[in-house]
Design a protein around this ligand. Sequence first.
Ligand code: NGS
Length: 279
Amino acid sequence: DIYDEMERSYPARDNSCMITINPRRSSQLLYPEEHPREHPVAMARRLGILPGGQWKPLNCHPLFNVAIILPYRNRQTQLTIFMNYIHPFLQAQNLDYRIFVIEQSPVREFNRAKLFNVGYAEATKVNDFHCFIFQDIDLIPQNPDNIYACTKMPRHMSSSVNTFRYNLPYSGLFGGAIALTRKQFERVNGFSNVFYGWGGEDDDFYSRLQSKGLQVTRFGPDIAQYYMLIHNKEPPSSARFENLENSAKRYDTDGISNLEYRVLNHQLRPLYSWILADV
Ligand code: NGS
């Protein structure tokens, strides 16, 4: 039973929220690109989402407290689709959650991993989050049983993606969408900061987990199903293999321990907390 593997953020008590899915709400989820798009303010009002994309159930005590960290640059349509889809999805799971969009300022190459570190650091400043989901905005979870909360071990959530015909391409893949408790994340010093450009940062992170003896969990492929929104492929970075070769030397010195960045702007938007960072 997958629910036995969950790591609760709050102890169970009278009137704890059920972690089973409410079928009435989950049946409202449609195929992502056909999902209706609502004005953010109207959507926030209808769903009771607080400024900065925060929500928690009011009729029961939530079991899970989650920060969802989304690295971002220049993909407005995908962001809109993602937000329209994900809020009802998360609410159906009765989570206490908040969504952070960490946008990288121009001009340097995109640094997905460092943006995750920034998201962790900024989220930790505003709340004592127990669990972190780090994920790409082009990935839409298709099964409402894929709980957006942490497991006893770090979890690769997107192990079954349509673009791989719902197969895991290699056993060490730890990209896409992952869930780690704050403790697990801090134990490996977060992500490496050196991976500018596409590729390798997730492989580096996987080796960090292995170096600390943290086994990775995956739910079954039926539960871990994702639909990837279509976009152009990024050219892979030429430095990624060299960075990976030196991974082990940097575990303790490169990560959240030496994280440096500047917040250029931030706003509590209706559906998410927006942070513009120079990394
Ligand atoms: C590997 C990349 C990973 C990437 C994975 C899946 O080759 O960062 O492919 O990519 N590692 C290196 O480049 C060293 S995907 O097919 O989803 O675009 O996550």
